[in-house]
Design a protein around this ligand. Structure first.
Ligand code: PLP
Length: 379
């Protein structure tokens, strides 16, 4: 029986060619030819301010925390239902995290739960567009303006996704994308910091280049370069940029393919939802769907484990997702007992089905048949 993996990295044609070109151009460290092309593509196609290619979304988030000068004693609000990197970036700067709950109908952060956490120590709100689907940006932008909070978008999953037609990643002062091999377009490891508030642009480039004004020097803006601030090595190799650029060029085709696969799942599983056997993802109002992920919800943790096992026994690799950060070994005692029931529900019941560029319609048919089988035997 052919195994269906959860994810599979893929190439769209020019990746090897461009990586070779990068070597031949004689510059495969950071900020080379393909890095600039990747950054320009995002700046021009989506109207982001300044884009900086990083080694990961994790790095871009760490840069965001540095840029906002997050200090010990500052509070940062974020969903508990997220990846550890969202949280680590701010913990590394000494911030106190205040975890908000998810919405009842969607893993995205709940507005009321967020509002209740704001006080005079709150410095920033970090939004995560789960499954590439938009948070309610009108409401959160207004909330941040009212309370003078920085808005950061962890848009790791939200490349080429929109709220009321405006690109996700363009709302926050700062935002971050991921090109990890599990995302829509990939470079193995890779990410991008989006600087929309240009007050941060110059310093972002300095932090990126190990605390030096090397970028300004190579542009000819200053006549020598040196150590001017703190920083680290956040730049990605131009070999990775070359790989990524080949994918950026094929973005339309990649997205069309993913969306078609996503719709096949949704159509095929609708009858099971109508029978009340499982729940399908709901695309929030005003949000596009970039088909980053196809998830479904079971009615309990026990049912999800049994379903994962069943699929596994048929060679299908489905996976669960985040475990509530407010209950994690690292943060539970700092969080206290404040319950976040929606987050816990998604931790227990959410299951992600295989979705990648080379997945076949016949694979989806097999996966959906296997799901039907499970629910028939159960009922
Ligand atoms: C993938 C992901 C990250 C981390 O991205 P890396 O590029 O692997 O560092 C962070 N946040 C969210 C929400 C993600 O999905």
């Amino acid at each position: 029986m052919k195994k269906i993996p959860f994810n599979k990295p893929y190439m769209r044609g020019k990746e090897m060619d461009y990586m070779r070109q990068a070597v031949e151009l004689g510059h495969i460290s950071g900020n080379g030819h393909f890095t600039k092309r990747c950054q320009q593509a995002f700046e021009q196609n989506y109207g982001f301010g300044k884009c900086l290619l990083t080694t990961s979304c994790t790095d871009a988030l760490e840069m965001a925390a540095l840029l906002l000068d997050i200090q010990e004693g500052d509070e940062v609000i974020m969903p508990s239902y997220t990846f550890v990197s969202t949280a680590n970036a701010f913990v590394l700067r000494g911030a106190t995290l205040r975890f908000a709950d998810s919405q009842a109908q969607h893993p995205n952060i709940c507005l009321q739960s967020t509002e209740a956490l704001i006080n005079e120590k709150t410095k920033a709100l970090v939004l995560v567009h789960y499954a590439g689907m938009a948070c309610d940006m009108d409401a959160f932008v207004a909330l941040c303006q009212k309370h003078k909070l920085y808005l950061i978008e962890d848009a790791a999953q939200a490349v080429d996704s929109f709220y009321k037609g405006k690109a996700l990643g363009s709302f926050g002062e700062l935002a971050a994308f991921s090109f990890h091999e599990t995302k829509n377009i990939i470079s193995g490891e890779g990410g991008m910091l989006l600087v929309n508030d240009m007050r941060f642009a110059e310093r972002a480039e300095i932090l990126w280049e190990k605390g030096t004004n090397r970028s300004a020097f190579f542009r000819g803006d200053v006549d020598k370069y040196g150590w001017v601030d703190m920083g680290s090595s956040f730049l990605a190799s131009d070999i990775l940029a070359a790989f990524l650029y080949a994918q950026i060029e094929q973005l339309e085709d990649i997205q069309a393919r993913r969306k078609a696969l996503w719709q096949s799942y949704a159509q095929r599983l609708r009858p099971l939802e109508e029978q009340g056997l499982l729940r399908l993802p709901q695309v929030p109002e005003h949000s596009s769907n970039n088909a980053h992920m196809f998830y479904m919800l079971t009615s309990s943790l026990q049912e999800r484990d049994a379903l994962l096992q069943h699929l596994r026994s048929e060679g299908i690799h489905a996976v669960f997702h985040y475990q509530s950060l407010h209950k994690s070994q690292f943060y539970a005692s700092k969080h206290g007992n404040r319950p976040l029931p929606n987050c816990d529900m998604f931790s227990d019941c959410l299951l992600r089905l295989p979705l990648f560029y080379e997945l076949q319609e016949s694979d989806i048919e097999r996966i959906c048949q296997s799901l039907e089988e499970f629910y028939q035997n159960k009922g």
